[in-house]
Ligand binder design. Structure first.
Ligand SMILES: *Cc1c(COP(=O)(O)O)cnc(C)c1O
Length: 358
């Protein structure tokens, strides 16, 4: 069987050594030594500052938004459900604007139009979907023009640079997910990268019940801390991450080369590297999608129809500025197998079957 995904398995010998350290010190959570080490190593690896580890990518979104002072959101409808449910859960005001049909990322034109039509959301939430960067330059301009804050859901964008600068440096904050299904993981976990150091410090208190170290409770908080066991998994997984990203990128390019003449592929940002997080293809219709996914299934190859449904059709009580492109893409997008244990030969096999089906 060719699996859609295969989680990174941390080396158990290395992991045991780190867990023994935790047992020896008895420091299991609350910003312990492994947490500190992982923070520094991730900042260094990703080329960012003000990185705050969290217990998952959903709480990262919630905390980031609270820290930058957001209460109402204009969100991309083409993303994993958490991008919107993180805010719906808190009864925050949520609205949707459409995506660009070629990149599948939130469209700057649609955002501009939404604000012209009277959108009052204080924050725009855009996902770098499948690890493909949004049009961050246009979004920056619009943020200034309409006075909104920018929060990027960068759960898929681990290791992505735009013109050699980390994509996590754009906007007021960017969030990552380190869930076991993501390229780099801590079993469950996440992070926020803040532009502003004071806001970063505030968020650090927020994820620890609003407690400022050495002072006491200084505000309302939640518990969103990553623990030492999770940090240990992260430290072990980070050691081999370069090889994994380059292998996945190679597979991604091989897929694209094998399929570009026969199926629509999302346009990738020309100034960005790729991380091979996902391999989405856009079929012509729902029928064609079913045909291809069934054919793959018959050949013991997993594929997944996501992201679907479009989030404006999930949260129907939220205002929708018109998400036709997102609804259309959601019906036709299929992700092919892509993970660290996949071989180039297996990619060729999948490509052959998709081509036959088309
Ligand atoms: C995985 C994911 C999340 C949620 O992250 P968790 O760590 O699972 O809470 C949020 N947004 C996107 C786009 C994701 O893919």
């Amino acid at each position: 069987m060719i699996a859609l995904n295969s989680p990174l398995k941390p080396d158990l010998n290395k992991l045991q050594k780190l867990l023994e350290k935790v047992s020896d010190s008895g420091w299991y959570t609350n910003f312990g030594p492994l947490h500190q080490e992982l923070t520094l190593k991730l900042e260094d690896y990703l080329g960012v500052q003000n990185l705050l580890l969290t217990n998952n990518g959903t709480s990262a979104l919630q905390v980031a938004a609270k820290a930058i002072g957001s209460q109402s959101f204009l969100i991309t409808p083409f993303s994993f459900v958490a991008t919107a449910s993180a805010f719906k859960w808190q009864r925050d005001e949520v609205a949707f604007a459409d995506i660009d049909p070629n990149s599948l990322n939130l469209s700057s034109l649609a955002v501009d139009n939404a604000y012209r039509e009277g959108c009052t959301a204080d924050t725009v939430v855009a996902t770098h979907v499948y690890g493909n960067p949004c049009d961050v330059y246009s979004m920056d301009k619009l943020a200034k023009k309409h006075g909104f804050r920018l929060l990027y859901d960068a759960a898929h964008a681990f290791g992505i640079n735009l013109n050699s600068k980390s994509v996590l440096e754009y906007g007021d904050a960017s969030t990552l997910s380190f869930h076991a299904t993501k390229i780099f993981h801590t079993v469950e976990g996440g992070a926020i990268v803040f532009k502003d150091n004071d806001i970063f410090e505030k968020a650090k208190e927020m994820i620890n019940f609003g407690i400022k170290t050495g002072v006491g409770v200084v505000g309302v908080g939640i518990n969103a801390k990553l623990n030492e066991y999770q940090a240990a998994v992260g430290l072990v997984n980070l050691e081999g991450i370069d090889d994994i990203l380059s292998h996945r990128s190679e597979l991604f390019y091989s897929y694209r080369k094998g399929l570009e003449d026969c199926v629509k592929l999302p346009d990738w940002h020309p100034q960005a590297n790729v991380n091979g997080a996902y391999m989405p293809i856009l079929l012509e219709s729902e029928e064609q999608l079913k045909k291809i996914s069934n054919l793959l299934c018959e050949n013991n190859i997993e594929s997944r129809h996501y992201f679907s449904p479009s989030l404006n059709n999930v949260f129907v009580d939220s205002h929708d500025y018109g998400s036709v492109n997102s609804v259309s893409a959601s019906k036709r997008v299929l992700c092919l197998p892509l993970h660290a244990n996949l071989s180039l030969d297996e990619v060729k096999k999948v490509v052959k079957i998709v081509r036959e089906g088309l």
